[in-house]
Design a protein around this ligand. Structure first.
Ligand SMILES: NC(=O)c1ccc[n+]([C@@H]2O[C@H](COP(=O)([O-])OP(=O)(O)OC[C@H]3O[C@@H](n4cnc5c(N)ncnc54)[C@H](OP(=O)(O)O)[C@@H]3O)[C@@H](O)[C@H]2O)c1
Length: 264
């Protein structure tokens, strides 16, 4: 049977893993969030691309998604502010319909320093930043997920939530809180067909790690069984797996994306 180009494009759209899905990704202007927005867009999702300071970069992500034939909108919000988060969720919902997939990714910055030098103010800012960035988007979106009886929440944690790293005490503590938050959601929201999972990257080459000394990154790569540091696209691939319908019976999971370092 001969198929027309339009029939072929419809058939390939049907095979996209995120077709008919509406996704909001926090901190999607750069790094892991940007790579995830592009991949989920390629796979057919309509994507809310949240940014805080990098409007031009967020617009570039939107353009990249649009050029592949999917829909996207850039939405400014500080994820630590409940009013801004509500306005962002409203904007994405009015543009694309109810959000069914939330990726909690925005990076809460922190100083790398030993405990003896750590100031409470910096520690508190990291803890609150990380947990507000999860709590407020969930608070704004979960009610509509419950109404739809479907939803998927993925939080980007870190391998350091389970294993300590020198100077990373605030990050480890905050991310382990995030892991516990997501497990609790997985338990409470399971009866509404809402899944909640954690993706835990190892060292990934983004702006957040650009300042680390080259020798540190090379030594890190050597310790990793797959012998390289992660790329944003590596993490995006794992997020796609968990977000897709193929992972429909996976909830409360913690998926390391670290080239195998978590085994050692
Ligand atoms: N890179 C790593 O090695 C690594 C390892 C483990 C876990 N992670 C986690 O992966 C996630 C992404 O990290 P990344 O390396 O991709 O970071 P990144 O390249 O520094 O990008 C950070 C993103 O977060 C956004 N952001 C920061 N503060 C925000 C706020 N208050 N409200 C909304 N958006 C905000 C930024 O937006 P603007 O630029 O628009 O301000 C940007 O899009 C983080 O949760 C991080 O902890 C990263």
């Amino acid at each position: 049977m001969v198929t027309t180009p339009s029939q072929q494009s419809q058939t390939s759209d049907q095979h996209k893993l995120m077709r008919d899905r509406v996704v909001l990704i926090t901190g999607a202007s750069r790094g892991i969030g940007a790579a995830t927005a592009k991949l989920l867009g390629q796979q057919g999702a309509a994507v809310g691309v949240n940014y805080y300071g990098s409007e031009a970069a967020a617009q570039q992500v939107v353009e990249a998604i649009s050029s592949e034939g999917s829909r996207a909108v850039a939405v400014k919000a500080d994820v630590r502010d409940p009013q801004q988060v509500s306005a962002m969720v409203q904007q994405v919902t009015e543009t694309f319909g109810s959000i069914d997939t939330l990726i909690i990714n925005a990076n809460a910055n922190f100083p790398i320093a030993p405990f003896t030098d750590y100031q409470w103010e910096d520690f508190e800012a990291k803890l609150l930043g990380e947990l507000k960035g999860a709590f407020f988007p969930c608070k704004a979106i979960v009610p509509s997920m419950i109404e739809q009886q479907r939803g998927c929440i993925i939080a980007i944690s870190s391998g350091l939530s389970r294993d300590p790293g020198e100077g990373f005490i605030a990050h480890s503590t905050a991310k382990s809180g995030l892991d516990a938050f997501i497990k609790s959601l997985a338990l409470e929201l399971g009866p509404y067909e809402i899944r909640a999972n954690v993706v835990a990257p190892g060292l990934t080459l983004t702006d957040a790690t650009a300042q680390l000394p080259q020798e540190y990154k090379e030594a890190s790569a050597q310790r990793i069984p797959l012998k390289r540091n992660g790329l944003p696209e590596d993490v995006a691939g794992a997020i796609l797996l968990l977000a897709s319908e193929e992972a429909r019976f996976v909830t409360g999971a913690y998926l390391p994306v670290s080239g195998g370092i978590q085994m050692l």
